[in-house]
Design a protein around this ligand. Structure first.
Ligand code: NAI
Length: 668
């Protein structure tokens, strides 16, 4: 950084503020005691002091410009400080919180000297809104630099007037698309859209570029005339209705109203900045205090809670993984580990299966890595290993072979003899008991379960299963490994079905029973989706495979003899994979009998369908399968996709259970 000539405002805690020999003011955000910068109350109050100092300096000509930059090695600003949202209870609270911030951003925009924002790493949500209030934005090409508006994922939209400024800079279609999807943009994509003005290669190059931009009085240009035209009526109306139908394909208004409110805001006010700013605050407030947004924030917090299941200070960094079994699960687990940067050896009794499993990872690798060099490096890290040579070098060995106890015992006993000290030994079994598999080992305390979900690349959760004898150290390392491959670990007891399959089973079998009793599969599936499930239970059964469902029924003692499930499975109609199960499948989609459904009826049926899942979740909590109610909710949301806006099965149960009246004495 440049030599500071003066340090006005020495008492700041979250910012460092100095003025250099050229009269450029540097405001460096480095939140005290935090690993990342977020915009909470104190950093915003301190920013207001900085802006006041720059206003004074600009008047007396001692300051010629301002640069906003991060003092953290990684990351600019990850967004508003979500932790502080909890004490915002009413719409009036929201408006009172927003007013000083939007006024402050206006003051930044109106500063008479150039204001440059220098961005490296995450620049999200409120951080991007602040950047957009500056006159000029420079970002690094570093792959860690990502810009975006993730607010819709929390049931809101940008509320610091970012809707107005994003549209002004990028034009309506691109800006709205970014805000409606919550997608993160690379620095060059953001530059292409006009959200960023200049790119530099490294973090080290930022201060020089920023200084030059201030001295040359660089100013970003708003989107051109053609893009602005799209904010004019009637084009705006057409664009809005196209956006509405695009959003409707992904999310129902009843479940996720925020993108719809954002489109309304655009449709009514785009092109009139001042009116749109005021309307943004009015439309934002009810979303912010809604139950849905609260629940979506809870989901974010639950994901952090799961990350916390992995110890941070283990001093162990797994790098080599050996996977045994190159079938549906093993090959995808291997591919995912490679995509997370690990080196993986893949073993199977069938060399053809290994080759097929490796080839199948091409898509994931292409999605994860942008350059050919990165893709080639990833492919080179996925090594066919029919002889199991990789076991001795592996930090983690995962067994994902056929679900047969004897074969698993033999294979793992062999692994145990070759494993290096300190390596994790895990099974991906979905229905066997860890202690039964471990019974064949010299050291049964070494084996843990790492239960991945299908499809591996899409399902964020991995259950880390503690067998009766599993040692705590092994569990900790298992959880650390799961975190290292960017999945969410959930430590569960070794009981049939663990947590996730245990709660899913009564729900799916309850739905199949209704089907057997004459309810239509289309109505059942629609009712579950109307509740907020990503897929109906009958479609889910077909997707998982009816043979797998029949097997689970046996393990968990569900009576399925003579059922439609058993008959279909016996006839080889196994669902999606064979082209027919409960549904006939065409081009990867179930063929549905189109019928009109009554929303009220669907709501009632949806609640009834979900009831067994909620009851089972409560039983899992009572039986201590995971540590507490929040972890039950987290596991069920991230393992099954349970309607996130409902906050989890137990949270939902509490929200619909009438609270007992508070007695006068108790209240006193
Ligand atoms: P799969 O049948 O697709 O693959 C099993 C693979 O293991 C086959 O390629 C087979 O050749 C290989 N194999 C069999 N014996 C072997 C041996 N002695 N040494 C090396 N390779 C051997 O099975 P899938 O579905 O991948 O399941 C594997 C494991 O994952 C099972 O324990 C299953 O319960 C579990 N699981 C399955 C899920 C699913 O949705 N399919 C979900 C979660 C867990």
């Amino acid at each position: 950084m440049f030599k500071a000539v003066s340090r006005p405002l020495p008492d700041l805690k979250d910012w460092r503020f100095s003025v250099d020999q050229w009269g450029i003011a540097w405001a460096e955000l480095d939140r005290e005691g935090e690993s990342q910068n977020s915009l909470g109350r104190r950093p915003l109050e301190e920013l207001a002091e900085i802006v006041a100092a720059v206003e004074t300096g600009a008047r007396d000509k001692s300051i010629v410009g301002l640069v906003l930059i991060s003092g953290k090695e990684r990351g600019f600003i990850v967004g508003a400080d979500i932790r502080e949202f909890a004490d915002i209870k009413t719409e009036t609270d929201v408006v009172e919180r927003l007013r000083p911030v939007t006024a402050l951003f206006d003051r930044i925009e109106n500063l008479p000297v150039p204001v440059v924002c220098a961005i490296n790493g995450f620049c999200l949500g409120g951080g991007l809104e602040l950047a957009l209030a500056c006159h000029y934005r420079i970002a690094t090409r570093d792959p860690s630099t990502k810009l975006g508006f993730p607010e819709v994922k929390l049931g809101i939209f940008p509320g610091f007037n970012g809707t107005v400024r994003a549209i002004r800079q990028a034009g309506a279609p691109a800006a709205m698309q970014t805000m409606l999807t919550g997608r993160m943009l690379s620095a060059s994509a953001a530059r292409g859209m006009g959200l960023v003005d200049q790119l530099v290669d490294t973090r080290g190059a930022l201060p020089w570029a920023a200084r030059k931009a201030v001295l040359r009085k660089r100013k970003s240009k708003p989107a051109g005339f053609v893009k602005q035209l799209l904010t004019k009526w009637p084009v705006r109306g057409l664009l809005a209705s196209r956006m509405r139908s695009e959003v409707a394909r992904k999310a129902r208004e009843a479940h996720y109203p925020s993108p719809y409110r954002l489109i309304d805001l655009f449709e009514q006010y785009a092109g009139n900045d001042e009116a749109m700013k005021a309307a943004e605050t009015r439309a934002f407030a009810p979303l912010m205090v809604s139950e849905r947004s609260r629940n979506l924030r809870r989901v974010f917090w639950l994901s952090e809670l799961l990350k916390g299941q992995a110890p941070k200070t283990l001093g162990w960094r797994p790098q080599r993984v050996h996977v045994i079994g190159a079938g549906t699960m093993g090959a995808d687990i291997a591919g995912w580990c490679v995509a997370s940067g690990m080196e993986v050896t893949l073993q199977d009794v069938s060399p053809e299966q290994i080759a097929k499993g490796i080839a199948a990872q091409g898509k994931l690798i292409a999605r994860k890595f942008k350059t050919k060099a990165q893709r080639d490096a990833a492919k080179a890290r996925l090594i066919a290993d029919p002889g199991g040579e990789g076991i001795a070098r592996a930090d983690v060995v995962i067994e994902a072979i056929v679900e047969k106890l004897d074969i698993k015992k033999t294979v793992l006993a062999d692994v145990e003899g070759k494993l290096k000290a300190g390596a994790v030994m895990a099974t991906n079994t979905s229905s066997l008991q860890i202690e039964d598999i471990a019974a064949g080992l010299a050291d049964p305390g070494r084996l843990i379960g790492l239960h991945f979900f299908n499809p591996v690349s899409l399902m964020p959760l991995v259950e880390v299963v503690r067998g009766e004898q599993s040692r705590e150290d092994e569990i900790k390392r298992g959880a650390a490994f799961v975190a290292a491959i960017d999945k969410l670990p959930l430590i569960t007891k070794s009981v049939p079905g663990f947590l996730v399959n245990r709660v899913l089973t009564p729900y799916m079998f309850g739905a199949m029973k209704r089907l057997q009793e004459g309810e239509s599969k289309e109505r059942i599936d629609e009712a579950a989706r109307a509740f907020g499930m990503p897929m109906g239970p009958i479609e889910l059964a077909d997707t998982v495979g009816l043979d797998v469902c029949a097997h689970v029924a046996k393990i968990l003692n569900y009576p399925s003899a003579g059922s439609a499930l058993e008959q279909l499975a016996a006839a080889g109609k196994l669902g999606k994979k064979t082209g027919e199960g409960f549904y006939v499948w065409q081009a990867g989609k179930p063929v549905r009998d189109p019928r009109r459904t009554d929303p009220q009826e669907m709501e009632e049926l949806g609640r009834a369908l979900i009831k067994p899942l909620i009851e089972e979740a409560q039983k899992c909590l009572d039986a201590g399968i995971v540590e507490n109610a929040d972890l039950v909710d987290a596991g069920v949301i991230f393992g099954t996709g349970f309607a996130p806006f409902r906050g989890g099965p137990l949270h939902y149960k509490a929200s619909i259970t009438p609270q007992p009246p508070v007695h006068a004495e108790a209240a006193e």
